[in-house]
Design a protein around this ligand. Structure first.
Ligand SMILES: Cc1ncc(COP(=O)(O)O)c(C=O)c1O
Length: 349
């Protein structure tokens, strides 16, 4: 049966424009003229991570058999649609309250029909992703690691080249203040078919802070445009990607996260899903579990761009159907001021 997504719960048009953004705006601050030595050998660039996922799905597809991919039940459509586009059959695996997956349930789902598995490191945390990757690899599946939320973790994969991982992707704009950017680590893949954006597109993106997308979504897909599949990322995004100070960005994100987590530990509005950071975590956002569904509207009315994954493949079951309404993503990016962090705390007290 084809995958159907539930309708969005809210329309952004009903809220005032956000002053505190989920992702940093374009800025050269902290970047240097000197290129950093990054492990870019098997890396190709795209306009967004969803097109990197589609490229991986197409490249790793077996031609002589039905391809079936295991995807997490808690997701955004941009993670699922590349596999619909690439013609895969899709099976979802469930998440627990902390977004890890029970290994026995997961292993049970690794049936002979399953050919590929996607493992997500949600919000820049690893949950039990490494355990899932090893189990899928041991069962002879092609593993695609989704590091959309952590560019730092993506570079670690490129450097260490773990045999269990066939491909890895990341969304550049979620970590850096770029107007677009998706990266794919896939040994053996040639990105030579990528088409560089023209100068007008570059200029428009720099002015608006977002890459303008032309063409409508493909039939049945909400956020995926086949016409963008071969589009390369903007030059400005590549520039930032190669010259950003990742250590400073990670430090600032961790500091912001720890401040919010500490301030919100007794919040009456809900609870922080991960109260502490491990040494490896570079948070993309702070996942916060609301007690009251109206908390989301209140935050948006205070002009804070909280995100929420509202559109899930139907029927949404288990924790995913609850998180669809109650799990919100609070901004912690490196460009936030102390005042903005305090405003977020105030909005939740
Ligand atoms: C887990 C995950 N994977 C993939 C994507 C796709 O990223 P992008 O927006 O760069 O296409 C997103 C975000 O939309 C995401 O949250």
């Amino acid at each position: 049966m084809p995958v159907q997504f539930s309708a969005p719960l809210m329309d952004a048009k009903h809220f005032p424009p956000s002053l505190i953004k989920a992702e940093p705006a374009f800025s050269l601050e902290g970047s240097s003229l000197r290129r950093h030595p990054l492990p870019v050998n098997d890396v190709s660039t795209f306009s967004r991570a969803r097109y990197a996922l589609a490229a991986a799905a197409l490249h790793l597809k077996h031609s002589a058999q039905q391809n079936t991919v295991l995807l997490p039940a808690y997701h955004c459509p941009a993670l699922v649609e590349p596999f619909i586009y690439a013609g895969y059959k899709i099976v979802f695996y469930p998440q627990l309250a902390n977004l890890s997956t029970d290994i026995a349930t997961f292993s049970h789902l690794l049936s002979p029909q399953v050919t590929h598995v996607v493992v997500v490191r949600y919000f820049g945390f690893s949950q039990n992703a490494d355990e899932l990757i090893q189990a899928a690899f041991a069962a002879n599946k092609q593993v695609i690691e989704d590091n959309a939320h952590s560019l730092v973790h993506f570079w670690q994969t490129c450097a260490s080249q773990p045999p269990a991982i066939s491909a890895s992707v990341s969304s550049v704009a979620k970590t850096l203040g770029s107007a677009d950017g998706g990266v794919l680590y896939l040994p053996g893949y040639s990105g030579s078919t990528q088409v560089a954006p023209d100068f007008i597109t570059e200029l428009k993106a720099l002015r608006s802070g977002n890459r303008p997308v032309t063409g409508s979504a493909d039939a049945g897909l909400r956020y995926f445009r086949a016409a963008m599949q071969t589009a390369d990322c903007l030059r400005a995004s590549r520039w930032l990607m190669l010259r950003s100070n990742y250590a400073a960005i990670s430090r600032q994100r961790r500091e912001n996260y720890q401040y919010l987590a500490q301030q919100l530990q007794h919040s009456s509005a809900g609870r922080v899903l991960y109260p502490t950071l491990t040494q490896q975590d570079v948070p993309y956002v702070l996942p916060f579990l609301l007690h009251d569904i109206h908390g989301f509207t209140r935050l948006r009315q205070q002009q804070i761009q909280v995100l929420r994954w509202e559109e899930l493949a139907t029927p949404a079951t288990g924790i995913a159907s609850n998180y669809q309404q109650y799990l919100v993503q609070l901004p912690v990016h490196q460009a936030l001021s102390k005042q903005q962090l305090q405003n977020i705390v105030k909005a939740l007290s």
